[in-house]
Design a protein around this ligand. Sequence first.
Ligand code: NAD
Length: 317
Amino acid sequence: MDHHNDKKKIVLIGAGFVGMSFAYALLDAHICEELGIIDIDKKRAEGEAMDLSHGLAFSGGNMKIYAAEYSDCRDADLAVICAGVPQKPGESRIDLLHKNSRVFDEIVGSVVASGFDGIFLVATNPVDIMTALTREKSGFPAHRVIGSGTTLDTARLRYLLGRYFSVDPRNIHAYVMGEHGDSEFVPWSQAFVATKNVLSICKQHEEFTEEGLDDIAHQVKTAAYRIIEAKRATYYGIGMALLRIARAILNNEGSVLTVSAYLTGEYGQQNVNVGVPCVIGREGIRRVIEVDLTDEEQEKFAASCDYLRNVRAEMDQ
Ligand code: NAD
């Protein structure tokens, strides 16, 4: 990380829906002084930088926003990767993975070649695999390569639980853990309204049920499918999730967020990037938090990790 420069700088790679939703949220966030935007479509990056900068007059911030080159990553604090190729109809998941892996060869290679010494934040899907590839391709220490993981899923969960219990989502403490995808799960033993566990609330109040909770977990898991069916892509939610993570890093907050982290024995797992609650600060992932899972939850987590390791191994075949 560049400590000679006290101005905070973010370079965004991928000026599509997700990248630009994050960039738009940055306008009013006041967490950095500089935002460089890179896209393989240079003209698009230029147009986005112009359009976005015209909003600055109304935001009360004074960021420098511009279409960047990879050399601009040299003194950046954060490189946020939202670039990717869309899945073509009929294309297999593994074909798409190979394509995105080649895209990441170019992106991660160019960022590292600039002399970049900051933190990678990855949103491109499948995010746990793309985060693992970023770690491998960059050779950076694992705590400086962060995937958005299940932060968005966790936000969706808290929002829905807040509605269910008629409580402010900020007073709901619950996580979605595992793969950002079909094998993710909610450890209900670790879900609380204030400091009261949701399962004991269900036992004490008949208007709240475990079926109700399972329905919420299902809604969280299928939210992306439903949004994509309705409007083809999801981006505002992930844009805000990326902002939340970027803020925790740049402001050294020590916030607990369910990012995709590399495990080295936590939860009995290793050699996998997966969504787990982590303490996030200036150094990236300060610590992985090992919440107490029940045996059944531990099995679900292990299955999700197995799935991710298998996908990664499948790519090398
Ligand atoms: P998009 O197609 O709108 O944008 C992708 C951008 O990447 C395009 O502007 C494209 O030109 C650019 N790009 C492609 N190859 C590049 C390269 N080699 N170098 C630089 N730029 C390149 O897609 P989107 O809707 O913004 O989605 C981006 C990614 O975010 C997808 O992988 C999507 O699945 C993912 N996503 C993740 C989450 C999450 O929770 N992690 C949520 C929503 C979407």
